[in-house]
Ligand binder design. Sequence first.
Ligand SMILES: Nc1ncnc2c1ncn2[C@@H]1O[C@H](COP(=O)(O)OP(=O)(O)OP(=O)(O)O)[C@@H](O)[C@H]1O
Length: 584
Amino acid sequence: METFRKLKVFYYPFRRDFFLSLFFLLLLTCMTVMYPIILQQTIDEVMISGRYEFIPWIAGGFFLIMLLKGAATYGHQYLGDMFGIRTVFHLRNKLYEKLQILSFKYYDNAKTGDLMSRLTADVEGFRFFLSFGFAELLRFFLLIGISLVVMFYYSAPLTLITVAALPFLAAAVYRFDKRVHPAFRGIRKSFGELNTKVQENISGIQTVKSLSREDFQTSRFSDSNEDYKEKNMQTANVWSTYFPLMEFIGNLTVIALLFYGGYLVIQGNLRPGELVAFFSLVWYILWPIMNLGFVINLFSQSKASGERLLEVLEADEEISDVKCQEKLIKGHVAFRHVSLSYSEGNEEALHDISFEAVSGQTIGLIGATGSGKTSITQLLSRFYEPSAGTIMIDGKDIKEYSLHTLRSSIGVVLQESFLFSSSIKANIAYGRPEAPMEDIISAAKIAKAHDFIMKLPDGYDTLLGERGMGLSGGQKQRIAIARSICINPSILILDDATSAVDMKTEMNIQEGFRHMLNNSTTFIVAHRISSLKHADQILFIKDGRVAERGTHDELLRKKGAYKRIYDLQYKDHVMQKNAAGQVL
Ligand SMILES: Nc1ncnc2c1ncn2[C@@H]1O[C@H](COP(=O)(O)OP(=O)(O)OP(=O)(O)O)[C@@H](O)[C@H]1O
Protein backbone atom coordinates (compact mmCIF):
# COMPACT_ATOMS: atom_id res chain seq x y z
CA MET A 1 0.00 0.00 0.00
CA GLU A 2 3.01 2.24 0.65
CA THR A 3 3.79 2.06 -3.09
CA PHE A 4 0.30 3.21 -4.04
CA ARG A 5 0.40 5.94 -1.39
CA LYS A 6 3.65 7.30 -2.80
CA LEU A 7 2.30 7.28 -6.34
CA LYS A 8 -0.93 9.01 -5.20
CA VAL A 9 0.20 12.35 -6.62
CA PHE A 10 -0.22 10.89 -10.12
CA TYR A 11 -3.68 9.38 -9.79
CA TYR A 12 -5.31 11.62 -7.18
CA PRO A 13 -6.01 14.49 -9.65
CA PHE A 14 -8.16 12.09 -11.69
CA ARG A 15 -10.18 10.74 -8.74
CA ARG A 16 -13.42 12.05 -10.31
CA ASP A 17 -13.10 9.58 -13.20
CA PHE A 18 -12.33 6.84 -10.72
CA PHE A 19 -15.29 7.44 -8.41
CA LEU A 20 -17.71 7.86 -11.32
CA SER A 21 -16.42 4.62 -12.78
CA LEU A 22 -17.09 2.93 -9.42
CA PHE A 23 -20.59 4.38 -9.31
CA PHE A 24 -21.30 2.81 -12.72
CA LEU A 25 -19.78 -0.42 -11.46
CA LEU A 26 -22.22 -0.46 -8.55
CA LEU A 27 -25.12 0.15 -10.96
CA LEU A 28 -24.10 -2.59 -13.34
CA THR A 29 -23.52 -5.07 -10.52
CA CYS A 30 -27.02 -4.39 -9.19
CA MET A 31 -28.44 -4.93 -12.68
CA THR A 32 -26.52 -8.17 -13.08
CA VAL A 33 -28.17 -9.49 -9.93
CA MET A 34 -31.57 -8.36 -11.28
CA TYR A 35 -31.35 -11.00 -13.99
CA PRO A 36 -31.93 -14.08 -11.75
CA ILE A 37 -34.56 -12.14 -9.78
CA ILE A 38 -36.54 -11.45 -12.96
CA LEU A 39 -36.15 -15.09 -13.94
CA GLN A 40 -37.50 -16.18 -10.57
CA GLN A 41 -40.48 -13.80 -10.86
CA THR A 42 -41.24 -15.00 -14.39
CA ILE A 43 -41.30 -18.64 -13.35
CA ASP A 44 -43.02 -18.33 -9.98
CA GLU A 45 -45.44 -15.44 -10.57
CA VAL A 46 -46.16 -15.74 -14.29
CA MET A 47 -45.53 -19.24 -15.65
CA ILE A 48 -46.72 -21.30 -12.67
CA SER A 49 -49.69 -19.01 -11.97
CA GLY A 50 -50.55 -18.92 -15.69
CA ARG A 51 -50.57 -15.08 -15.87
CA TYR A 52 -49.08 -15.05 -19.37
CA GLU A 53 -50.32 -11.49 -20.12
CA PHE A 54 -47.39 -10.23 -18.00
CA ILE A 55 -44.78 -11.79 -20.28
CA PRO A 56 -44.54 -8.79 -22.70
CA TRP A 57 -44.18 -6.44 -19.68
CA ILE A 58 -41.44 -8.57 -18.17
CA ALA A 59 -39.67 -8.82 -21.54
CA GLY A 60 -39.89 -5.01 -21.92
CA GLY A 61 -38.61 -4.41 -18.40
CA PHE A 62 -35.82 -6.86 -18.98
CA PHE A 63 -34.88 -5.11 -22.20
CA LEU A 64 -34.83 -1.74 -20.40
CA ILE A 65 -32.60 -3.09 -17.64
CA MET A 66 -30.21 -4.57 -20.18
CA LEU A 67 -30.06 -1.19 -21.99
CA LEU A 68 -29.23 0.52 -18.72
CA LYS A 69 -26.69 -2.17 -17.95
CA GLY A 70 -25.04 -1.56 -21.34
CA ALA A 71 -24.85 2.18 -20.61
CA ALA A 72 -23.43 1.54 -17.12
CA THR A 73 -20.83 -0.87 -18.53
CA TYR A 74 -19.80 1.78 -21.06
CA GLY A 75 -19.47 4.44 -18.35
CA HIS A 76 -17.57 2.13 -16.05
CA GLN A 77 -15.18 0.92 -18.76
CA TYR A 78 -14.60 4.31 -20.36
CA LEU A 79 -14.02 6.24 -17.15
CA GLY A 80 -11.84 3.46 -15.71
CA ASP A 81 -9.69 3.55 -18.84
CA MET A 82 -9.51 7.35 -18.73
CA PHE A 83 -8.40 7.19 -15.11
CA GLY A 84 -5.52 4.84 -15.97
CA ILE A 85 -4.52 6.54 -19.24
CA ARG A 86 -4.46 10.05 -17.74
CA THR A 87 -2.52 8.90 -14.70
CA VAL A 88 0.23 7.15 -16.63
CA PHE A 89 0.47 10.00 -19.13
CA HIS A 90 1.73 12.20 -16.28
CA LEU A 91 3.71 9.41 -14.73
CA ARG A 92 5.54 8.69 -18.01
CA ASN A 93 6.33 12.39 -18.50
CA LYS A 94 7.65 12.66 -14.95
CA LEU A 95 9.80 9.56 -15.41
CA TYR A 96 11.24 10.94 -18.63
CA GLU A 97 11.97 14.30 -16.98
CA LYS A 98 13.67 12.47 -14.14
CA LEU A 99 15.82 10.52 -16.60
CA GLN A 100 17.04 13.84 -18.00
CA ILE A 101 18.04 15.04 -14.53
CA LEU A 102 19.70 11.89 -13.24
CA SER A 103 23.46 12.06 -12.99
CA PHE A 104 26.06 10.17 -14.98
CA LYS A 105 26.69 8.13 -11.87
CA TYR A 106 23.14 6.75 -12.07
CA TYR A 107 23.60 5.83 -15.72
CA ASP A 108 26.94 4.15 -14.93
CA ASN A 109 24.98 1.45 -13.10
CA ALA A 110 21.72 1.46 -15.05
CA LYS A 111 20.99 -0.88 -17.96
CA THR A 112 19.31 0.53 -21.06
CA GLY A 113 17.05 -2.48 -21.53
CA ASP A 114 15.93 -2.32 -17.91
CA LEU A 115 15.17 1.41 -18.05
CA MET A 116 13.26 0.93 -21.28
CA SER A 117 11.16 -1.82 -19.74
CA ARG A 118 10.41 0.37 -16.70
CA LEU A 119 9.18 3.15 -18.96
CA THR A 120 7.04 0.83 -21.06
CA ALA A 121 6.08 -2.53 -19.51
CA ASP A 122 6.04 -1.35 -15.88
CA VAL A 123 4.10 1.80 -16.67
CA GLU A 124 1.59 -0.33 -18.60
CA GLY A 125 1.41 -2.86 -15.75
CA PHE A 126 0.57 -0.08 -13.35
CA ARG A 127 -2.02 1.38 -15.74
CA PHE A 128 -3.73 -1.97 -16.23
CA PHE A 129 -4.31 -2.31 -12.51
CA LEU A 130 -5.63 1.24 -12.21
CA SER A 131 -7.95 0.83 -15.20
CA PHE A 132 -9.05 -2.74 -14.65
CA GLY A 133 -7.56 -4.55 -11.67
CA PHE A 134 -8.83 -2.26 -8.93
CA ALA A 135 -12.37 -2.32 -10.33
CA GLU A 136 -12.21 -6.12 -10.55
CA LEU A 137 -11.26 -6.29 -6.89
CA LEU A 138 -14.24 -4.13 -6.00
CA ARG A 139 -16.54 -6.03 -8.30
CA PHE A 140 -15.51 -9.17 -6.42
CA PHE A 141 -16.79 -7.81 -3.10
CA LEU A 142 -19.87 -6.14 -4.57
CA LEU A 143 -21.07 -9.11 -6.61
CA ILE A 144 -20.48 -11.61 -3.82
CA GLY A 145 -22.01 -9.32 -1.18
CA ILE A 146 -25.18 -8.49 -3.16
CA SER A 147 -25.64 -12.07 -4.41
CA LEU A 148 -25.32 -13.50 -0.89
CA VAL A 149 -27.98 -11.10 0.41
CA VAL A 150 -30.42 -12.18 -2.35
CA MET A 151 -29.58 -15.85 -1.77
CA PHE A 152 -30.19 -15.57 1.96
CA TYR A 153 -33.50 -13.92 1.19
CA TYR A 154 -34.51 -16.93 -0.96
CA SER A 155 -33.14 -19.73 1.23
CA ALA A 156 -30.70 -19.72 4.14
CA PRO A 157 -29.93 -23.52 4.05
CA LEU A 158 -29.13 -23.46 0.32
CA THR A 159 -26.91 -20.41 0.86
CA LEU A 160 -25.03 -22.29 3.56
CA ILE A 161 -24.38 -25.17 1.11
CA THR A 162 -22.85 -22.66 -1.31
CA VAL A 163 -20.78 -21.06 1.44
CA ALA A 164 -19.54 -24.53 2.52
CA ALA A 165 -17.88 -24.95 -0.90
CA LEU A 166 -16.00 -21.68 -0.60
CA PRO A 167 -13.06 -22.89 1.60
CA PHE A 168 -12.26 -25.63 -0.97
CA LEU A 169 -12.37 -23.13 -3.77
CA ALA A 170 -10.27 -20.66 -1.77
CA ALA A 171 -7.66 -23.39 -1.13
CA ALA A 172 -7.48 -24.12 -4.89
CA VAL A 173 -7.16 -20.38 -5.64
CA TYR A 174 -4.41 -20.06 -3.05
CA ARG A 175 -2.44 -22.95 -4.56
CA PHE A 176 -3.02 -21.58 -8.05
CA ASP A 177 -1.72 -18.16 -7.02
CA LYS A 178 1.34 -19.69 -5.35
CA ARG A 179 2.26 -21.40 -8.62
CA VAL A 180 1.15 -18.83 -11.16
CA HIS A 181 2.85 -15.86 -9.52
CA PRO A 182 6.44 -17.18 -9.85
CA ALA A 183 5.53 -18.44 -13.33
CA PHE A 184 4.54 -14.93 -14.38
CA ARG A 185 7.68 -13.49 -12.81
CA GLY A 186 9.69 -16.03 -14.81
CA ILE A 187 7.97 -14.93 -18.02
CA ARG A 188 8.77 -11.25 -17.34
CA LYS A 189 12.41 -12.01 -16.57
CA SER A 190 12.82 -14.26 -19.58
CA PHE A 191 11.18 -11.64 -21.81
CA GLY A 192 13.61 -9.01 -20.48
CA GLU A 193 16.54 -11.28 -21.37
CA LEU A 194 15.11 -11.93 -24.82
CA ASN A 195 14.83 -8.16 -25.36
CA THR A 196 18.39 -7.56 -24.19
CA LYS A 197 19.67 -10.16 -26.68
CA VAL A 198 17.82 -8.50 -29.56
CA GLN A 199 18.94 -5.01 -28.53
CA GLU A 200 22.58 -6.07 -28.14
CA ASN A 201 22.55 -7.87 -31.46
CA ILE A 202 21.11 -4.92 -33.37
CA SER A 203 23.46 -2.40 -31.71
CA GLY A 204 26.50 -4.59 -32.32
CA ILE A 205 25.51 -5.89 -35.75
CA GLN A 206 28.74 -4.60 -37.33
CA THR A 207 30.89 -6.50 -34.84
CA VAL A 208 28.75 -9.63 -35.24
CA LYS A 209 29.06 -9.55 -39.01
CA SER A 210 32.72 -8.59 -39.15
CA LEU A 211 33.61 -11.56 -36.93
CA SER A 212 31.14 -13.88 -38.69
CA ARG A 213 29.36 -14.64 -35.42
CA GLU A 214 25.83 -14.70 -36.85
CA ASP A 215 25.39 -18.40 -36.01
CA PHE A 216 26.57 -17.86 -32.46
CA GLN A 217 24.17 -14.94 -32.01
CA THR A 218 21.32 -16.92 -33.56
CA SER A 219 21.91 -19.81 -31.20
CA ARG A 220 22.10 -17.46 -28.20
CA PHE A 221 18.81 -15.94 -29.25
CA SER A 222 17.35 -19.35 -29.83
CA ASP A 223 18.30 -20.39 -26.25
CA SER A 224 16.54 -17.36 -24.84
CA ASN A 225 13.58 -17.93 -27.10
CA GLU A 226 13.42 -21.56 -25.93
CA ASP A 227 13.50 -20.41 -22.31
CA TYR A 228 10.71 -17.92 -22.97
CA LYS A 229 8.65 -20.64 -24.67
CA GLU A 230 9.25 -23.03 -21.72
CA LYS A 231 8.18 -20.41 -19.18
CA ASN A 232 5.00 -19.73 -21.15
CA MET A 233 4.24 -23.43 -21.41
CA GLN A 234 4.72 -23.87 -17.65
CA THR A 235 2.27 -21.04 -17.03
CA ALA A 236 -0.21 -22.46 -19.53
CA ASN A 237 0.07 -25.78 -17.67
CA VAL A 238 -0.78 -24.14 -14.35
CA TRP A 239 -3.78 -22.41 -15.89
CA SER A 240 -5.07 -25.49 -17.62
CA THR A 241 -4.73 -27.63 -14.46
CA TYR A 242 -6.30 -25.27 -11.97
CA PHE A 243 -9.18 -23.85 -13.94
CA PRO A 244 -10.91 -27.20 -14.59
CA LEU A 245 -10.28 -28.11 -10.93
CA MET A 246 -11.93 -24.93 -9.73
CA GLU A 247 -14.81 -25.39 -12.15
CA PHE A 248 -15.19 -28.96 -10.92
CA ILE A 249 -15.53 -27.76 -7.31
CA GLY A 250 -18.10 -25.22 -8.52
CA ASN A 251 -20.05 -27.92 -10.36
CA LEU A 252 -20.07 -30.16 -7.26
CA THR A 253 -21.72 -27.27 -5.43
CA VAL A 254 -24.31 -27.02 -8.18
CA ILE A 255 -25.04 -30.76 -7.90
CA ALA A 256 -25.42 -30.42 -4.12
CA LEU A 257 -27.81 -27.52 -4.70
CA LEU A 258 -29.78 -29.54 -7.22
CA PHE A 259 -30.21 -32.38 -4.74
CA TYR A 260 -31.05 -30.37 -1.67
CA GLY A 261 -32.81 -27.59 -3.57
CA GLY A 262 -34.95 -30.17 -5.45
CA TYR A 263 -35.82 -31.76 -2.13
CA LEU A 264 -36.87 -28.36 -0.72
CA VAL A 265 -39.04 -27.68 -3.79
CA ILE A 266 -40.73 -31.10 -3.44
CA GLN A 267 -41.30 -30.34 0.25
CA GLY A 268 -42.86 -27.02 -0.73
CA ASN A 269 -40.24 -25.01 1.21
CA LEU A 270 -38.78 -23.43 -1.95
CA ARG A 271 -40.41 -22.25 -5.12
CA PRO A 272 -39.07 -23.62 -8.48
CA GLY A 273 -38.20 -20.12 -9.70
CA GLU A 274 -36.12 -19.51 -6.57
CA LEU A 275 -34.13 -22.68 -7.25
CA VAL A 276 -33.49 -21.60 -10.85
CA ALA A 277 -32.40 -18.16 -9.59
CA PHE A 278 -30.01 -19.89 -7.23
CA PHE A 279 -28.22 -21.60 -10.11
CA SER A 280 -27.38 -18.20 -11.59
CA LEU A 281 -26.56 -16.59 -8.27
CA VAL A 282 -24.18 -19.34 -7.25
CA TRP A 283 -21.99 -18.63 -10.28
CA TYR A 284 -21.96 -14.93 -9.36
CA ILE A 285 -20.12 -16.07 -6.25
CA LEU A 286 -18.00 -18.88 -7.69
CA TRP A 287 -16.69 -17.06 -10.77
CA PRO A 288 -15.26 -14.03 -8.93
CA ILE A 289 -13.54 -16.39 -6.47
CA MET A 290 -12.01 -18.38 -9.34
CA ASN A 291 -10.94 -15.10 -10.86
CA LEU A 292 -9.46 -13.92 -7.60
CA GLY A 293 -6.08 -15.50 -8.35
CA PHE A 294 -5.87 -13.50 -11.55
CA VAL A 295 -6.85 -10.26 -9.80
CA ILE A 296 -4.39 -10.86 -6.94
CA ASN A 297 -1.76 -11.54 -9.52
CA LEU A 298 -2.58 -8.27 -11.28
CA PHE A 299 -2.30 -6.50 -7.97
CA SER A 300 1.09 -7.97 -7.08
CA GLN A 301 2.42 -7.34 -10.59
CA SER A 302 1.32 -3.73 -10.50
CA LYS A 303 2.77 -3.33 -7.01
CA ALA A 304 6.09 -4.67 -8.28
CA SER A 305 5.86 -2.32 -11.28
CA GLY A 306 5.02 0.61 -9.01
CA GLU A 307 8.08 -0.18 -6.88
CA ARG A 308 10.30 -0.23 -9.97
CA LEU A 309 8.86 3.12 -11.10
CA LEU A 310 9.42 4.62 -7.65
CA GLU A 311 13.04 3.47 -7.75
CA VAL A 312 13.55 5.75 -10.75
CA LEU A 313 11.42 8.62 -9.42
CA GLU A 314 13.15 8.58 -6.04
CA ALA A 315 16.69 8.01 -7.34
CA ASP A 316 19.22 10.40 -5.88
CA GLU A 317 19.93 13.23 -8.30
CA GLU A 318 23.41 13.62 -6.75
CA ILE A 319 24.23 16.86 -8.54
CA SER A 320 22.41 19.73 -6.84
CA ASP A 321 21.37 22.66 -8.97
CA VAL A 322 21.10 26.32 -8.02
CA LYS A 323 19.29 29.24 -9.60
CA CYS A 324 21.80 31.68 -11.07
CA GLN A 325 21.36 34.05 -13.99
CA GLU A 326 25.02 34.97 -14.14
CA LYS A 327 26.63 33.95 -17.42
CA LEU A 328 29.99 32.36 -17.67
CA ILE A 329 31.85 34.82 -19.85
CA LYS A 330 35.59 34.47 -19.76
CA GLY A 331 36.15 30.80 -19.16
CA HIS A 332 39.01 31.23 -16.71
CA VAL A 333 39.37 27.76 -15.16
CA ALA A 334 41.14 26.87 -11.92
CA PHE A 335 41.40 23.40 -10.36
CA ARG A 336 42.40 23.56 -6.67
CA HIS A 337 43.55 20.27 -5.10
CA VAL A 338 40.83 18.30 -6.85
CA SER A 339 40.37 14.56 -6.25
CA LEU A 340 37.73 12.25 -7.66
CA SER A 341 36.49 8.86 -6.62
CA TYR A 342 33.77 7.38 -8.84
CA SER A 343 32.26 5.34 -6.06
CA GLU A 344 32.76 5.22 -2.33
CA GLY A 345 35.51 2.91 -1.19
CA ASN A 346 36.98 2.69 -4.68
CA GLU A 347 40.44 3.87 -5.58
CA GLU A 348 40.62 7.55 -6.50
CA ALA A 349 40.65 8.23 -10.25
CA LEU A 350 42.15 11.70 -9.68
CA HIS A 351 44.38 12.88 -6.81
CA ASP A 352 45.14 16.43 -5.86
CA ILE A 353 44.92 18.01 -9.33
CA SER A 354 45.72 21.71 -9.46
CA PHE A 355 46.18 23.93 -12.50
CA GLU A 356 44.97 27.20 -13.90
CA ALA A 357 43.84 28.01 -17.44
CA VAL A 358 43.61 31.68 -18.27
CA SER A 359 40.70 32.50 -20.56
CA GLY A 360 41.49 31.93 -24.21
CA GLN A 361 44.32 29.51 -23.43
CA THR A 362 44.59 26.01 -24.80
CA ILE A 363 45.32 23.24 -22.31
CA GLY A 364 46.54 19.88 -23.57
CA LEU A 365 45.93 16.72 -21.54
CA ILE A 366 48.01 13.69 -22.43
CA GLY A 367 48.80 10.43 -20.65
CA ALA A 368 48.32 6.69 -20.81
CA THR A 369 44.88 5.24 -21.30
CA GLY A 370 42.92 5.24 -18.02
CA SER A 371 45.21 7.86 -16.47
CA GLY A 372 42.33 10.31 -15.76
CA LYS A 373 42.27 12.81 -18.65
CA THR A 374 38.56 12.46 -19.42
CA SER A 375 37.76 12.51 -15.71
CA ILE A 376 39.28 16.01 -15.44
CA THR A 377 37.08 17.35 -18.24
CA GLN A 378 33.95 15.63 -16.88
CA LEU A 379 34.36 17.41 -13.57
CA LEU A 380 34.33 20.72 -15.38
CA SER A 381 30.78 20.12 -16.70
CA ARG A 382 29.75 18.72 -13.30
CA PHE A 383 28.95 15.33 -14.77
CA TYR A 384 30.54 14.05 -11.56
CA GLU A 385 31.34 15.86 -8.29
CA PRO A 386 34.90 15.96 -6.96
CA SER A 387 35.43 14.11 -3.68
CA ALA A 388 37.83 16.88 -2.56
CA GLY A 389 38.99 20.28 -3.76
CA THR A 390 37.31 23.07 -5.68
CA ILE A 391 36.87 23.93 -9.33
CA MET A 392 36.51 27.62 -10.11
CA ILE A 393 35.39 29.30 -13.32
CA ASP A 394 35.84 33.07 -13.60
CA GLY A 395 36.73 33.16 -9.90
CA LYS A 396 33.52 31.40 -8.75
CA ASP A 397 32.98 27.83 -7.56
CA ILE A 398 31.24 25.95 -10.39
CA LYS A 399 28.58 24.82 -7.89
CA GLU A 400 27.38 28.43 -7.77
CA TYR A 401 26.44 28.45 -11.45
CA SER A 402 23.19 26.85 -12.54
CA LEU A 403 23.74 23.58 -14.40
CA HIS A 404 22.08 25.10 -17.46
CA THR A 405 24.44 28.10 -17.50
CA LEU A 406 27.45 25.93 -16.93
CA ARG A 407 26.67 23.25 -19.50
CA SER A 408 25.39 25.60 -22.18
CA SER A 409 28.70 27.49 -21.97
CA ILE A 410 30.88 24.40 -22.30
CA GLY A 411 31.15 22.68 -25.66
CA VAL A 412 32.10 19.02 -25.31
CA VAL A 413 33.15 16.82 -28.22
CA LEU A 414 33.83 13.18 -27.47
CA GLN A 415 35.66 10.58 -29.51
CA GLU A 416 32.40 8.66 -30.00
CA SER A 417 30.06 11.48 -30.93
CA PHE A 418 26.36 10.78 -30.79
CA LEU A 419 24.43 12.16 -33.71
CA PHE A 420 20.65 12.16 -33.86
CA SER A 421 18.67 10.70 -36.73
CA SER A 422 17.67 14.10 -38.08
CA SER A 423 19.17 16.50 -40.63
CA ILE A 424 22.81 17.65 -40.50
CA LYS A 425 21.54 21.19 -39.96
CA ALA A 426 19.46 20.14 -36.93
CA ASN A 427 22.39 18.17 -35.53
CA ILE A 428 24.73 21.16 -35.71
CA ALA A 429 22.11 23.48 -34.20
CA TYR A 430 21.11 20.96 -31.51
CA GLY A 431 22.47 23.07 -28.61
CA ARG A 432 21.12 26.33 -30.11
CA PRO A 433 18.02 25.54 -32.15
CA GLU A 434 17.42 29.21 -32.97
CA ALA A 435 20.89 29.57 -34.61
CA PRO A 436 20.66 31.30 -38.03
CA MET A 437 21.86 29.38 -41.08
CA GLU A 438 24.99 31.59 -41.37
CA ASP A 439 26.11 30.54 -37.89
CA ILE A 440 25.53 26.89 -38.71
CA ILE A 441 27.57 27.19 -41.90
CA SER A 442 30.30 29.17 -40.16
CA ALA A 443 30.55 26.49 -37.41
CA ALA A 444 30.74 23.78 -40.06
CA LYS A 445 33.48 25.72 -41.87
CA ILE A 446 35.62 25.96 -38.71
CA ALA A 447 35.11 22.23 -38.11
CA LYS A 448 36.16 21.62 -41.73
CA ALA A 449 32.82 19.92 -42.36
CA HIS A 450 31.31 22.42 -44.81
CA ASP A 451 32.99 21.02 -47.94
CA PHE A 452 31.91 17.42 -47.46
CA ILE A 453 28.40 18.49 -46.38
CA MET A 454 28.01 20.47 -49.63
CA LYS A 455 28.95 17.38 -51.62
CA LEU A 456 26.04 15.41 -50.09
CA PRO A 457 22.91 15.33 -52.31
CA ASP A 458 20.80 17.37 -49.87
CA GLY A 459 23.62 19.39 -48.31
CA TYR A 460 22.71 20.61 -44.82
CA ASP A 461 19.26 19.02 -45.16
CA THR A 462 20.71 15.54 -45.56
CA LEU A 463 18.98 13.20 -43.13
CA LEU A 464 21.26 11.03 -41.04
CA GLY A 465 20.52 7.46 -40.07
CA GLU A 466 20.46 6.24 -36.48
CA ARG A 467 23.59 7.38 -34.59
CA GLY A 468 24.78 9.26 -37.70
CA MET A 469 24.80 6.22 -39.99
CA GLY A 470 25.88 7.13 -43.50
CA LEU A 471 28.88 9.23 -42.41
CA SER A 472 32.47 8.19 -41.84
CA GLY A 473 33.99 8.34 -38.33
CA GLY A 474 35.93 11.52 -39.16
CA GLN A 475 32.86 13.16 -40.73
CA LYS A 476 30.80 12.40 -37.64
CA GLN A 477 33.51 13.92 -35.45
CA ARG A 478 33.55 17.08 -37.54
CA ILE A 479 29.74 17.47 -37.31
CA ALA A 480 30.06 17.05 -33.54
CA ILE A 481 32.78 19.71 -33.44
CA ALA A 482 30.58 22.07 -35.46
CA ARG A 483 27.75 21.37 -32.99
CA SER A 484 29.83 22.55 -30.04
CA ILE A 485 31.21 25.57 -31.91
CA CYS A 486 27.63 26.57 -32.76
CA ILE A 487 26.83 27.28 -29.09
CA ASN A 488 29.72 29.83 -28.91
CA PRO A 489 31.22 28.10 -25.90
CA SER A 490 33.36 29.89 -23.34
CA ILE A 491 35.11 26.58 -22.78
CA LEU A 492 35.62 23.94 -25.42
CA ILE A 493 36.57 20.37 -24.56
CA LEU A 494 37.85 18.17 -27.34
CA ASP A 495 38.18 14.71 -25.85
CA ASP A 496 40.03 12.68 -28.47
CA ALA A 497 37.66 14.51 -30.79
CA THR A 498 39.92 14.54 -33.82
CA SER A 499 41.31 11.02 -33.47
CA ALA A 500 39.43 9.88 -36.57
CA VAL A 501 40.48 12.76 -38.86
CA ASP A 502 43.80 12.92 -40.66
CA MET A 503 46.58 15.10 -39.27
CA LYS A 504 46.27 17.76 -41.95
CA THR A 505 42.53 18.27 -41.37
CA GLU A 506 43.19 18.25 -37.61
CA MET A 507 45.74 21.05 -38.03
CA ASN A 508 43.28 23.03 -40.15
CA ILE A 509 40.52 22.57 -37.57
CA GLN A 510 42.81 23.75 -34.77
CA GLU A 511 43.91 26.72 -36.87
CA GLY A 512 40.22 27.61 -37.32
CA PHE A 513 39.67 27.42 -33.54
CA ARG A 514 42.53 29.82 -32.90
CA HIS A 515 41.03 32.45 -35.19
CA MET A 516 37.34 32.07 -34.45
CA LEU A 517 37.34 31.11 -30.78
CA ASN A 518 40.11 33.31 -29.52
CA ASN A 519 38.19 33.94 -26.29
CA SER A 520 37.38 30.31 -25.54
CA THR A 521 39.47 28.24 -23.21
CA THR A 522 40.12 24.99 -25.01
CA PHE A 523 40.95 21.62 -23.48
CA ILE A 524 42.42 19.11 -25.88
CA VAL A 525 42.61 15.52 -24.67
CA ALA A 526 44.70 13.48 -27.08
CA HIS A 527 47.10 10.59 -27.47
CA ARG A 528 48.89 12.17 -30.45
CA ILE A 529 51.41 14.80 -29.43
CA SER A 530 50.80 16.54 -32.74
CA SER A 531 47.21 17.23 -31.61
CA LEU A 532 48.24 19.32 -28.63
CA LYS A 533 51.80 20.47 -29.08
CA HIS A 534 50.59 24.03 -29.76
CA ALA A 535 48.82 24.19 -26.40
CA ASP A 536 49.78 26.98 -23.98
CA GLN A 537 50.08 24.41 -21.23
CA ILE A 538 50.33 20.65 -21.43
CA LEU A 539 49.50 18.45 -18.43
CA PHE A 540 50.95 14.97 -18.51
CA ILE A 541 48.61 12.81 -16.42
CA LYS A 542 49.83 9.63 -14.79
CA ASP A 543 47.72 7.49 -12.43
CA GLY A 544 45.35 10.36 -11.75
CA ARG A 545 48.10 12.90 -10.92
CA VAL A 546 49.76 15.68 -12.87
CA ALA A 547 53.18 14.10 -13.45
CA GLU A 548 54.62 16.81 -15.70
CA ARG A 549 53.44 20.22 -16.87
CA GLY A 550 54.69 22.93 -19.22
CA THR A 551 54.69 23.87 -22.89
CA HIS A 552 55.74 21.39 -25.55
CA ASP A 553 59.30 22.74 -25.62
CA GLU A 554 59.58 22.86 -21.84
CA LEU A 555 58.42 19.29 -21.54
CA LEU A 556 60.87 18.12 -24.20
CA ARG A 557 63.66 19.80 -22.27
CA LYS A 558 62.61 17.96 -19.09
CA LYS A 559 63.39 14.70 -20.85
CA GLY A 560 60.69 12.89 -18.85
CA ALA A 561 57.74 10.69 -19.82
CA TYR A 562 56.39 13.26 -22.29
CA LYS A 563 59.74 13.28 -24.13
CA ARG A 564 59.71 9.46 -24.27
CA ILE A 565 56.24 9.47 -25.88
CA TYR A 566 57.38 12.18 -28.27
CA ASP A 567 60.42 10.12 -29.28
CA LEU A 568 58.26 7.06 -29.86
CA GLN A 569 55.71 8.93 -31.94
CA TYR A 570 58.42 10.87 -33.76
CA LYS A 571 60.22 7.61 -34.61
CA ASP A 572 56.96 6.27 -36.06
CA HIS A 573 56.52 9.49 -37.97
CA VAL A 574 60.04 9.32 -39.49
CA MET A 575 59.55 5.67 -40.38
CA GLN A 576 56.26 6.51 -42.07
CA LYS A 577 57.91 9.37 -43.95
CA ASN A 578 60.73 7.14 -45.13
CA ALA A 579 58.30 4.44 -46.15
CA ALA A 580 56.23 6.92 -48.11
CA GLY A 581 59.38 8.49 -49.54
CA GLN A 582 57.98 11.93 -49.18
CA VAL A 583 58.20 14.87 -46.81
CA LEU A 584 54.97 15.56 -45.02
N1 LIG B 1 32.09 6.16 -14.89
C1 LIG B 1 33.10 5.58 -14.28
N2 LIG B 1 32.90 4.80 -13.20
C2 LIG B 1 33.94 4.22 -12.56
N3 LIG B 1 35.21 4.35 -12.94
C3 LIG B 1 35.48 5.12 -14.01
C4 LIG B 1 34.45 5.77 -14.74
N4 LIG B 1 35.00 6.47 -15.75
C5 LIG B 1 36.33 6.26 -15.67
N5 LIG B 1 36.62 5.45 -14.63
C6 LIG B 1 37.95 5.01 -14.20
O1 LIG B 1 38.71 6.18 -13.92
C7 LIG B 1 40.02 6.06 -14.42
C8 LIG B 1 40.34 7.23 -15.35
O2 LIG B 1 39.51 7.13 -16.48
P1 LIG B 1 39.48 8.23 -17.63
O3 LIG B 1 38.36 7.90 -18.55
O4 LIG B 1 39.49 9.56 -17.02
O5 LIG B 1 40.88 7.94 -18.34
P2 LIG B 1 41.47 8.55 -19.67
O6 LIG B 1 42.85 9.02 -19.33
O7 LIG B 1 40.57 9.57 -20.27
O8 LIG B 1 41.54 7.26 -20.58
P3 LIG B 1 41.46 7.12 -22.19
O9 LIG B 1 42.68 7.76 -22.75
O10 LIG B 1 41.46 5.64 -22.40
O11 LIG B 1 40.20 7.78 -22.63
C9 LIG B 1 40.11 4.70 -15.10
O12 LIG B 1 40.70 3.81 -14.18
C10 LIG B 1 38.67 4.31 -15.34
O13 LIG B 1 38.50 2.91 -15.24
